[in-house]
Design a protein around this ligand. Structure first.
Ligand code: FES
Length: 252
């Protein structure tokens, strides 16, 4: 992880609510992997790297890598950005998510959250011929998904969080990744875990993960503000996460 500078090369509106920013980034971010994020601060051109400050940056998860030095992020359209905007970036932050070697079907769930933090894994998974189902629940059902790959199966859950063929979808899934209400993820995770347990009695290790998107005050393992309780003790979102096996997280 290191601090580098980047700039916004291009901005595209992808639907009514979201825009995508192409970031021209340093080569050190070329190998960023799904699950890892960037800690970003907008800066002016006379920014002095010597006075850098890791604190209170925005947490951005890339959704796509377009070339070695272009990372794409998805932001709310109402956020004002301009091409050419300089950025100070600390990254990559966090550990890559642990996908199974043998993976045929993967289930992604976004509950009351944009699915953006899960999208970086789409291209590599599609290249491996993994079939992907994305379930949008709660407020996430409003997310317009026409810009996502057509190969993706998209499901909008009902009010009770269920959907047609839920038993089959859960039965087929080799791995599940869940996003919850930002800042209140543990409550979302508890609901989803109950739902999955009601349809699938055995949840093997490394089967269902919750991905945390809480803002990280330092992102460096220094402040311990991002600590979570697990059955193996305290862990840090910015170092050990953001994805945690939901059967080991203490959700109460
Ligand atoms: S954000 Fe400071 S330790 Fe994780």
């Amino acid at each position: 992880m290191k601090e580098t500078q980047a700039y916004i090369e291009r901005i595209r509106r992808v639907n009514r609510e979201y825009q995508r920013l192409d970031l021209a980034v340093d080569d050190s971010l070329a190998n960023i992997q799904a699950g890892q994020a960037l800690l970003v601060r907008r800066i002016e051109k006379d920014y002095e790297a010597e006075v850098w400050d890791p604190y209170l940056r925005e947490l951005w998860f890339p959704v796509e890598a377009q070339a070695r030095s272009i990372l794409v992020v998805e932001q709310r359209a109402r956020q004002p950005f301009l091409p050419g905007q300089l950025l100070s970036i600390i990254g990559p932050v966090g550990s890559p998510i642990r996908l199974r070697q043998k993976l045929r079907n993967i289930l992604l769930i976004a509950h009351d959250s944009s699915p953006a933090a899960l999208l970086f894994m789409l291209s590599p998974l599609l290249a491996r011929d993994v079939s992907i189902t994305l379930v949008l629940m709660g407020a996430a059902r409003q997310y317009e998904a026409s810009h996502l790959p057509e190969a993706l199966e998209l499901i909008r859950a009902e009010d009770n969080l269920g959907w047609n063929d839920m038993v089959m979808t859960l039965g087929w899934a080799d791995q599940i990744f869940v996003l919850g209400t930002p800042g209140e993820e543990l409550a979302s995770f508890a609901k989803i875990l109950r739902l999955v347990r009601s349809r699938r009695t055995v949840l093997p290790p490394r089967f269902i993960y919750g991905m945390l998107q809480r803002q990280l005050p330092c992102g460096l393992g220094a402040c311990h503000a991002c600590m979570v309780n697990t059955r193996q003790g305290h862990k840090l979102q910015c170092v050990d996460g953001p994805a945690f096996d939901l059967t080991t997280l203490r959700l109460e």
